[in-house]
Write a protein that binds this ligand. Structure first.
Ligand code: SAM
Length: 282
């Protein structure tokens, strides 16, 4: 008998994967958590029925969430990752010798524990001596951090449950305050096919706080629609610029850095209604 896992990406569309083995499945204090081994994408972390990361395509998302900011900033030393309990973004951040501290703030300890146990290639960086793991609400942590970080990367679940507040105007204002005077912030901001309103409102909110606000894209096969967006807010450095620092990657490179900001018309039009401060790619 075949067993298939299906994520309903919209009420009318799903992605379905043939399962080799269910490695764990339980309810945490925050969400339903499963790690399944699939024939197509290897091991997969699923939260509340939604794919978070898989062994076979995680490199795209984690590299693109981390390296645009890490390369646009000339000397990132103190980095904060909000969410990201699987450790993939932390793994990318600590590839830079300039990093003195990388802080992970994940609300659900179970995500960290199962990632260490079942996703070692993704969570490998969590034991680096420069990494501090805090199990707490990222909203509170950012509210209490003033001028502390060069880079803040928000690797959150979709805006449901504890992640709702990670998409609010108040949170973005607190992010701005938690950054140093030349800091850069990046958030994953969902699919231009299925989450158009969210992308438009998030871009406007970030654009009303940061002088330089841009959106870039990457292809993530296991995320809804396969096309994913990231919104970057920068206090002074141009997000499209790269310092071409040497880093070992499988998806990110200097050409991809600049090309990811070249947006198709159906995405650019989402940004047109945003406040003057937000830079629109021309
Ligand atoms: N890459 C995935 C995506 O784009 O959907 C996200 C992966 S990561 C596992 C998402 C993490 O955000 C989850 O582990 C979840 O527990 C965490 N999270 C959600 N809300 C949070 C909050 N308020 N503070 C800290 N972590 C939070």
């Amino acid at each position: 008998m075949e067993l298939w896992y299906t994520e309903k990406q919209t009420p009318h569309l799903g992605i379905t994967c043939l399962i080799k083995e269910t490695l764990c499945h339980f309810q945490t204090p925050y969400q339903d958590l499963a790690v399944i081994d699939t024939l197509q994408f290897g091991r997969m972390l699923v939260l509340d029925g939604m794919v978070q990361t898989t062994e076979r395509d995680e490199f795209v998302y984690h590299e693109m969430l981390a390296h645009i900011a890490m390369q646009a900033h000339p000397n990132p030393r103190h980095v904060l990752v909000v969410g990201g309990g699987d450790g993939g973004v932390i793994r990318e951040v600590i590839k830079y010798d300039s990093v003195e501290s990388a802080t992970l703030v994940e609300i659900d300890e179970a995500v960290i524990e199962v990632s260490k146990k079942y996703l070692p290639t993704i969570s490998a960086g969590l034991t680096d001596p420069r990494v501090t793991v805090l199990v707490t609400d990222g909203i509170e942590h950012v509210r209490n951090a003033i001028g502390k970080y060069d880079i803040i990367l928000v690797d959150s679940t979709e805006p449901v449950g504890p992640a709702i507040g990670l998409f609010s105007a108040e949170f973005y204002a607190n992010i701005y305050r938690a950054l140093k005077k030349d800091g850069i912030f990046v958030a994953q901001t969902e699919s231009p096919f299925f989450n158009r309103d969210l992308i438009q409102s998030t871009f406007a909110r970030i654009g009303s706080v940061f002088p330089l606000t841009k959106l870039y894209l990457a292809s993530v096969p296991t995320y809804p629609s396969g096309l994913w967006s990231f919104t970057v807010g920068s206090k002074c450095y141009e997000p499209e610029d790269t310092h071409r620092k040497t880093v070992s990657t499988k998806y990110y490179n200097a050409g991809v850095h600049q090309g990811s900001f070249r947006l198709p018309g159906f995405v650019r039009e989402l940004l047109e209604g945003s406040p003057r401060e937000a830079q629109i790619n021309v």
